[in-house]
Design a protein around this ligand. Structure first.
Ligand SMILES: [Zn+2]
Length: 119
């Protein structure tokens, strides 16, 4: 299982990959290079929007992978009965943007209660 925090080496690797994406983004935005009328704030607007998209995609993927580890059933904290886990999408503000997180939620028919399983 992956650890809670990434090593400094792995984080540096990820920064290098992201820097490469930044160069690709620049070429995709202006294949001929930006015109002289393109200001620094114009460039920042493009990058800020792309950054929010990266945050959105990365956080959603990590949260979905994590939720997948819980499986399809969870024990009711009240009676212990195994209940079917469903996913409920919830929009969340996260640092650097937003993400729609699929939260695992279960309903116990015996206790007639919803619960959110934890790891
Ligand atoms: Zn129950």
């Amino acid at each position: 299982m992956a650890t809670k925090t990434l090593s400094e080496r792995k984080l540096t690797e990820i920064e290098e990959i992201a820097a490469g994406w930044g160069k690709l983004l620049a070429r995709e935005s202006f294949p001929e290079g930006p015109g002289l009328d393109v200001s620094l704030p114009d460039m920042e607007d493009i990058v800020a929007r792309a950054t929010r998209a990266i945050v959105h995609g990365a956080v959603e993927t990590m949260a979905a992978d994590q939720a997948g580890r819980l499986g399809n059933q969870a024990a009711c904290p009240g009676c212990g009965k195994m209940c079917e886990l469903k996913r409920k999408s919830r929009p969340m503000a996260v640092r650097g943007g937003s993400a729609d997180l699929d939260e695992p939620v279960a309903h116990c028919p015996t206790c007639r209660r919803d619960f959110f399983p934890s790891a």
